[in-house]
Design a protein around this ligand. Structure first.
Ligand code: NAD
Length: 418
């Protein structure tokens, strides 16, 4: 909770946008243009469940802007998905793509569902119906989905297959994050977590903190959190705590990450991992550690808990984990916050590589993908640091002003139709 009333993710996204544009010298009408999502689709659709009954589901797809290219953004399956949240996530995707200089605008999609309560067959039918419902917006040239919370390469494979069945031929470039066997990219699955490690490593270099032996806490042990933990561990850091929706585990001497990965594969949770104490998600955020990686959902670090955060670096694996009020508190405390649109951009960057490969039917090696990812991310990190240092801005505002400036430039160059 941030204050009395929890601010929605979209209110947070708008507050961040307003703060950034106030630092820029942009025409008022261009500022107004970028404040709005371009289009929003709500779909209510039936799915036949295994018991033979039909259940109605609601889903969304939002495009924030198309001025820099087709829209790109993940699809979330989570019980708390809302249109407002999807709108915020689409806007954040716009800034992320612009910051990484990818030729995309932002989008996001979601379905209100807890995917872990469905059978594989139900999940497949839900995905195929949702893909059909949003296919009026989706295409390799227009809007390219990817995985997010609660979705994975298998879900992307079903979306790609559904779209291809409607077309009558295979269209691998319609989604990214699909399995390598059907045109996915090497290095996509772990790209976001790997990118988080690159960014934490660069921040530590700036602060003269050795990564070897550094203590790390990770909230969320899904795609982003588990690979962030994996790569921090490979770099010699000590991952002392991790969590998932069911709770967290803590061992101040460091968790055995390869053993934990095997445990999670079997049990589907980190809870109960031998040799660690149980902690809550809230406690994890306040642990003494060098690097805190929030990699679950929005609005986790707030005005209430920010004063108790002890990490020196926060590497935002999740989208929107820190509220604007918390940002100010962390800034006063001198915490080095690597903003989400930079820190977790590894996923969309390799998604871009995947899209290019799918369009060309020409595939890169894993080594090439990882090398290019590291280069683009380190370049963007340095660009944000340069902006922050020359304009004396916090890193989030530095990242936003670079990104928003690029989108504004595209709007001015293209002009307003008609
Ligand atoms: P995921 O579904 O693979 O994992 C989410 C994790 O968060 C799981 O461990 C889940 O148990 C946990 N979780 C869910 N609800 C929670 C709650 N209320 N409290 C604590 N933990 C909770 O999702 P992901 O793809 O790893 O995405 C995580 C975050 O990273 C999201 O904010 C997402 O938007 C962002 N992100 C993902 C990607 C990507 O490539 N997958 C890219 C950029 C950003």
């Amino acid at each position: 909770m941030d204050g009395q009333i929890r601010r929605s993710a979209y209110e947070v996204a708008l507050a961040q946008y307003d703060e950034a544009v106030a630092l820029m010298n942009l025409p008022d009408d261009v500022v107004e243009f970028m404040r709005y999502p371009k289009r929003e689709l709500t779909v209510n659709f039936p799915v036949r469940m295994d018991n033979g009954h039909i259940r109605m589901f609601t889903g969304f797809r939002v495009h924030h802007t198309t001025v820099r290219g087709p829209t790109k953004g993940g699809i979330r399956y989570h019980p708390e998905v809302t249109l407002e949240e999807t709108r915020a996530l689409a806007m954040w995707m716009t800034w992320k793509c612009a910051l990484m200089n990818l030729p995309y605008g932002g989008a996001k999609g979601g379905v209100i569902v807890d995917p872990y309560t469905l059978s594989d067959e139900e999940l497949c039918r839900l995905t195929r119906r949702y893909a059909t419902e949003i296919s009026i917006l989706m295409s390799p040239e227009g809007d390219i989905p990817a995985p997010d919370v609660g979705t994975n390469p298998q879900v992307m494979a079903w979306i790609m297959d559904t779209y291809s069945m409607h077309r009558g031929y295979s269209v691998p470039a319609v989604v990214t994050g699909k399995p390598v066997q059907i045109g996915g990219s090497h290095g996509r699955y772990d790209a976001t977590g790997l990118g988080v490690m690159f960014m934490a490593r660069e921040a530590m270099k700036r602060l003269n903190m050795p990564i070897q032996g550094a203590t790390v806490a990770v909230q969320g042990f899904g795609n982003v959190g588990s690979f962030a933990a994996h790569y921090m561990h490979l770099q010699g850091a000590k991952v002392i705590a991790v969590s998932d929706v069911r709770g967290g585990i803590y061992n101040p001497h460091g968790l055995d990450i390869p053993a934990l990965e095997r445990y999670v594969k079997e049990t589907r949770t980190v809870v109960g991992f031998p040799g660690a104490d149980a902690i809550t998600n809230a406690e994890l955020l306040e642990l003494p550690c060098d690097v805190l990686i929030p990699a679950a959902l929005e609005g986790q670090i707030t005005r209430e808990n920010a004063p108790r955060v002890k990490a020196r670096i926060i590497a935002e694996g999740a989208n929107g984990p820190t509220t604007p009020n918390a940002d100010k508190i962390l800034q006063d405390k001198g915490v080095f916050v690597i903003p989400d649109i930079l820190c977790n951009a590894g996923g969309v960057t390799v998604s871009y590589f995947e899209w290019v490969q799918s369009l060309q039917s020409f595939f890169w090696s894993e080594q090439d993908v990882k090398r290019q990812l590291e280069r683009l991310m380190v370049d963007s990190f340095n660009a944000v640091m340069h902006e922050a240092e020359t304009r004396k801005l916090p890193l989030r505002m530095a990242a936003y002003t670079v990104a928003i400036g690029r989108v504004a430039e595209a709007i001015i160059l293209r002009g307003v139709y008609p």
